[in-house]
Design a protein around this ligand. Structure first.
Ligand SMILES: *[C@@H]1O[C@H](CO)[C@@H](O)[C@H](O)[C@H]1NC(C)=O
Length: 197
């Protein structure tokens, strides 16, 4: 009975090959403290911290490096979601719910261009305007309703919106700290202003 064992090894091999090997970089103490201050009041601390760790290139990162990384991730999430909705709209046969989807597509298009502008202002050191635009992205996001089903996707926009909201919160918190020149935050200054949880 050599056969089952052989199949077992093939399974293990296939499983190994298709498991994503994301090597999260171990952050040093000060960097970990920064990540903590960015994520501490987030609606999902674990997710916030995980996103940063996955994108970290080195054990040490400054507040500005972390902020740049967060803005980048937010841009990608907005852009990916925009493309996702655009593809659904292309395949979507009936007119039902089409307007909801079109609104969401416009929302994620604006999120993408807003985050490109946020990154431009960040690179120019125009932090005051940068923070204003980050706050506006939270209001824009609320216009995309997600409580409708899109067969066969069911309700794919709920999770995408949740991730976008987390990334906007992270952007607001770290952007605010950059603006203030302080790598720590007085509790609850930023978050109540952007989303009414
Ligand atoms: C959005 O994604 C498309 C397709 O992956 C890419 O070509 C485009 O450059 C992206 N835009 C931004 C702003 O990242």
């Amino acid at each position: 009975m050599k056969f089952p064992r052989c199949i077992f090894f093939v399974f293990v091999l296939v499983f190994y090959i298709f498991t994503p090997h994301i090597e999260a970089v171990e952050a040093d103490g000060p960097t970990e403290a920064l990540i903590n201050s960015i994520c501490v009041e987030n609606e999902d601390y674990g997710f916030c911290s995980k996103i940063i760790h996955e994108k970290l290139k080195a054990p040490t990162a400054t507040l500005k490096e972390l902020t740049g990384l967060i803005f980048h991730t937010a841009t990608d999430q907005a852009n990916d979601t925009y493309i996702f909705i655009d593809n659904i709209l292309r395949e979507w046969p009936g007119p039902k719910k089409k307007n909801c989807l079109k609104t969401c597509r416009a929302v994620y298009n604006r999120e993408t261009t807003s985050f490109l502008e946020i990154r431009f202002l960040f690179s120019k050191g125009e932090y005051e305007r940068m923070v204003k635009i980050i706050f506006s992205t939270a209001k824009i996001l609320d216009r995309c309703r997600t409580d409708f089903l899109i067969p066969p996707y069911k309700d794919p926009l709920i999770e995408k919106k949740r991730v976008m909201r987390i990334l906007i919160t992270m952007s607001a918190v770290s952007g605010y700290m950059v603006k203030n020149g302080k790598a720590s935050l007085i509790r609850s200054v930023v978050i109540p202003q952007i989303f009414s949880y």
